[in-house]
Design a protein around this ligand. Structure first.
Ligand code: MRU
Length: 352
């Protein structure tokens, strides 16, 4: 079923969470009901919900669901059990820092709450809702800030994006695709090229689906076609999201992003990373320290029901790569547009 309403992948429904089942798009637009923290962990692991900010929001609700399951009124025992819920959620996916950021924020809320266990639970639910609402607002700001960073000419831009950094990957609206949305709204978009994004095909399945919902002109290409398109002067700028950005501006994003950045550099096409500041991990000096998730090799040797490679070979299936800061023209955040090297200065100013 197609729809024209805004897409919200994580919705709080009074006493449970609805997740858009992203593993079934674009064939089927359906929701999965999540009532228990364990089911939330499983949904993150199996990518029913995916995308850095979206899994942060989902994990925040997962923490509340876990808090609800803990049967004690003793504060100390409650906090100890909540730490276990946090650990279970942390073990779902390693790269996107928003997951860890949201879990830490929820734990901090619990520890700082005074009052009964029941009151702490209520505060946790409010905090999860706040994380959700803030992310939506943040994405709108990123989208609009992106307009200031994009090239001034031509008037109507052709952008290229990788993976899905859209409404489905956030609380709504998206980061990189938020910029595409804002450009479309302002009449500055000719079209967006979506890389298919092997092996999970988030570009082909999710980014194109989101564009279709809103009538945004989109052209699907395979990942290996990007260089050719740039050589033909078909692309004015590249916009991608990020799963974790180190203090020096190195940015981890979906596998294939790094090669796209190299190709963009070779063709003088500006390469932008769009992300909320919650994606910046200031504890990491550079991208070499970012943990890279490796996923099931089945993702690369099996297409649909068909095994596409001979038996007896090795596989390597890293899900993310790190684009060095020097290939990034700017990092677009809710607080403005930063040269990659200026993130640290911003943080120092905030802490002063
Ligand atoms: O494996 P996924 O689908 O969770 O990877 C998602 C991405 O790499 C996105 O580009 C990133 O999370 C940014 S989302 C706004």
């Amino acid at each position: 079923m197609l729809q024209n309403n805004p897409v919200y992948p994580v919705i709080w429904r009074n006493n449970f969470v609805s997740l858009i089942d992203q593993t079934r798009l674009p064939y089927e637009y359906s929701y999965v009901e999540i009532h228990r923290s364990e089911d939330m962990a499983q949904a993150i692991k199996t990518m029913i919900v995916r995308g850095a900010p979206a899994i942060g929001v989902a994990a925040a609700y997962g923490m509340y669901l876990g808090a609800r399951e803990i049967e004690t009124s003793d504060r100390h025992k409650f906090l100890k059990a909540l730490e276990q819920v946090a650990q279970m959620l942390r073990e779902t996916r390693p790269t996107a820092v928003n997951l860890f950021w949201a879990i830490s924020r929820m734990l901090k809320t619990a520890y700082e709450s005074i009052g009964t266990v029941e009151e702490i639970r209520k505060t946790l639910l409010e905090t999860a809702k706040t994380i959700n609402a803030e992310d939506l607002q943040t994405c709108h700001k990123i989208g609009d800030n992106g307009l200031k960073a994009l090239p001034e000419t031509p008037e109507k831009l052709t952008l290229l994006t990788h993976c899905n950094a859209g409404a489905l990957a956030t609380a709504g609206y998206g980061t990189a695709l938020g910029i595409v949305r804002s450009a479309f709204r302002e009449g500055r978009l000719e079209k967006v090229f979506a890389d298919e994004t092997r092996p999970r095909l988030q570009g082909a399945k999710l980014t194109t689906w989101e564009c279709v919902q809103e009538g945004i002109p989109v052209t699907l290409i395979t990942d290996s076609m990007a260089a050719h398109c740039m050589k033909q002067n078909m692309i004015d700028a590249v916009v991608v999201g990020a799963d974790r950005i180190a203090a020096n501006g190195d940015a981890a994003n979906k596998i294939g992003t790094y090669s796209l950045a190299l190709v963009a550099k070779a063709h003088n096409v500006p390469f932008f990373v769009a992300a909320p500041l919650s994606t910046v991990d200031f504890s990491l000096a550079d991208g070499s320290e970012i943990p890279i998730e490796e996923r099931n090799p089945k993702e690369i040797y099996q297409v649909g029901e068909t095994i596409i490679a001979p038996e007896g070979i090795d596989y390597y299936n890293p899900s993310f790569d790190v684009t060095p800061a020097e290939l990034i023209a700017a990092i677009i955040t809710e607080e403005g547009v930063f040269a990659p090297g200026d993130l640290k200065k911003y943080q120092n100013k905030q802490m002063a």
